[in-house]
Design a protein around this ligand. Structure first.
Ligand code: NAP
Length: 304
């Protein structure tokens, strides 16, 4: 047992499921809820209690973690009918680890405070592989004392855990992260495309550039999957599109010129229109391949 908190978890998707399993591994008493109930089977088999609603999760927990998709989804599970706010205990903490709009985080935090509860925004980076390993990077907004109290729980899921600032600033940090992720992925894909069109051995290129100044998480993790033609999602195109919409909203509010982000966002729209929303973001390469009439692959770079 790592701490005295009783933990609740709402949202057992690609990220939430392995994160909840790591909380169980760390010894926390855990109550889980998922809209699609079949996804509660694994945590239940490992000792978690299963609740019928986010409200029931909150009634049983001193720390409630939320890991759903988008701003309206967090509003629904926290503020909606049978939502977390209906069951929240005095002095309990809601940690929203979804990536959503900073303004929505602040709104929800204000309503929870009226109930005597606290809120942290704690979005993550590192993909489903880091969620499984418990090595997520976690960027936290909220009161420093609430952060300190939550730290042992967060340490069950991540290794690089930074208190960024007041409520909403964790989400701002995540926007920064997603600007960099999208721009880097776009460059990785264009570089690989150039190599494929020129007919170079892309496995050798990969080996060479990962050891030099062009290396990146995107190249190592997604470039390698592109070369293996593996498009399963760690992070889906549809969720990346959601994040790029949030980036666009922020850039409009601040009147910030962000030309690379604008192009990347349009490209993710294109992928979603092509029906690739459920695939991993490495499918970015597929849009380029179609325009360039070349397939990017390890060993055998085949022309379309
Ligand atoms: P996902 O696999 O699509 O899972 C989404 C989860 O949210 C599911 O459990 C889903 O329930 C639940 N959900 C969505 N809308 C809901 C609603 N209105 N009411 C109740 N439950 C709802 O997504 P994910 O990849 O785990 O991502 C979760 C969050 O983490 C997102 O904000 C994403 O941007 C962020 N994130 C993801 C990654 C990544 O690599 N995947 C990395 C960093 C951050 P059902 O099972 O019923 O659909």
């Amino acid at each position: 047992m790592t701490g005295k908190e009783t933990v609740g978890f709402v949202g057992l998707g690609i990220m939430g499921l392995p994160m909840s399993l790591n909380l169980l591994k760390a010894g926390y008493p855990l109550t889980v809820y998922n809209r699609t109930t079949s996804k509660t089977a694994e945590p239940a088999s490992k000792g978690a209690a299963v609740a019928d609603s986010p409200r029931e999760v909150a009634q049983r927990s001193s720390v409630v973690i939320v890991m759903v998709s988008d701003s309206p989804d967090v509003e629904e599970v926290v503020l909606g009918e049978n939502g977390v706010i209906e069951g929240i205990q005095n002095d309990a903490i809601v940690i929203d680890m979804s990536s959503i709009a900073p303004s929505v985080t602040r709104h929800i935090g204000g309503l929870l405070a009226e109930k005597g509860a606290h809120m942290l925004d704690a979005p993550v980076s590192g993909s489903s592989w880091a969620a499984a390993d418990g090595t997520l990077s976690i960027m936290v907004g909220g009161e420093p004392d609430v952060f300190q109290r939550s730290l042992p729980v967060l340490q069950a899921m991540g290794t690089n855990i930074i208190h960024i600032g007041p409520g909403g600033m964790g989400q701002v940090c995540k926007l920064v992260n997603q600007v960099m992720v999208a721009g880097t992925l776009a460059s990785v894909c264009e570089g690989l495309l150039l190599g494929a069109k020129a007919g170079v051995d892309l496995d050798k290129v990969f080996q060479a550039v990962t050891g030099g100044a062009a290396n990146s998480w995107q190249l190592e993790n997604l470039g390698s999957r592109i070369l293996q033609r593996d498009f399963d999602p760690g992070f889906s195109v549809k969720l990346m599109l959601k994040d790029q919409r949030l980036v666009n909203q922020a850039s409009q509010e601040m009147e910030l010129p962000m030309p690379v982000s604008a192009v990347a966002r349009q490209f993710f729209y294109l992928l979603a229109q092509k029906g690739l929303g459920e695939e991993g973001t490495q499918s970015y390469i597929k849009g380029l391949e179609e325009m360039a009439k070349v397939t990017v692959q390890g060993n055998q770079t085949t022309m379309l």
